[in-house]
Design a protein around this ligand. Structure first.
Ligand code: IPD
Length: 260
């Protein structure tokens, strides 16, 4: 119902800001940098403390909900709300560490029917993208409109690359097949922002493999509510799961080109 959507939306907005406050505190001075899964996957004290701030806020405001987070894993539900938060305290960690000003906080809540609310907060630009299951997507409260492009040769496509070198090599092959057929490619470094910018028409389409629910849960809802088609790229023996997002008239063509 709209009432629960309104409540969860406010909690998501507050949680995103709580995370950003921690991140901005460390910005330009990220301590405790260490590598995660590979040498290019970094995590800092900032991410970890930002996720703590989100979890503390959710525990206080929504004590019966479960939480899935990039840094802290899954917290089992302590109640029976049936709602789970999917949080990325810092999407675009490499950008953040380099002070390349494109990183975000991504907060979504879901139930057994799917995503209920999604908020992506870009504290550098002070841009908040949001959507609810039954509402229109917004940027700082104002409506956004996605591209309606149907000609593949004209599209500006956002993408990203996994941290694993073997996957990257395959992604480079896919990209080399696409780059000659489209207007151009962008690699922004925050999947959540890539999705929101596609929802807002700043790029026409987005695809990426190797993304996780905390990277895309909020952004994918915002894209869907903006009228974009969101297609899965199922994992196969070489490549991890991904998404292809495009205007409905274009999605089959893009999907076919990036599926392997
Ligand atoms: C990463 C960013 C990046 C994408 C990677 C993600 P992280 O998230 O969204 O743009 O290409 O797939 O893992 O690690 O900075 O939270």
């Amino acid at each position: 119902t709209p009432t629960i959507e309104t409540e969860l939306l406010q909690v998501a907005r507050d949680a995103a800001r709580a995370s950003a406050e921690v991140l901005l505190h460390y910005y330009g001075n990220a301590r405790g940098v260490r590598t995660k899964s590979t040498d290019t996957d970094l995590v800092s004290e900032a991410d970890v403390n930002a996720e703590r701030a989100i979890r503390a806020l959710l525990a206080e405001r929504r004590p019966g909900d479960a939480v899935l987070g990039e840094e802290g894993g899954e917290t089992p539900p302590t109640g029976e709300s049936g709602i789970r938060w999917i949080v990325d305290p810092l999407d675009g960690t490499v950008n953040y560490l380099f002070q390349y000003p494109q990183w975000s906080v991504s907060i979504a809540a879901e139930d057994r029917h799917g995503t209920i609310v999604g908020v992506v907060w870009d504290p550098v630009r002070e841009e908040e993208f949001a959507a609810t299951r039954s509402g229109a997507p917004t940027l700082n409260g104002a409506p956004i409109a996605a591209s309606q492009q149907s000609d593949l040769s004209q599209v500006l496509v956002a993408t990203g690359f996994a941290y694993d070198a073997r996957i990257r090599a395959r992604q480079a092959e896919v990209l080399s097949g696409l780059i000659t057929r489209v207007r151009d490619i962008r690699r922004g470094g925050s999947a959540a922002i890539d999705l929101c910018w596609t929802a807002a028409g700043r790029t026409d389409a987005y695809y990426e493999r190797g993304i996780h629910p905390w990277d895309y849960a909020a952004g994918a809802l915002i894209c869907e509510r903006a009228g974009l088609a969101v297609r899965e790229l199922p994992a196969d023996h070489e490549l991890p799961f991904g998404l292809a997002v495009a205007p409905p008239a274009l999605v089959d063509h893009l999907h076919a080109l990036v599926i392997d």
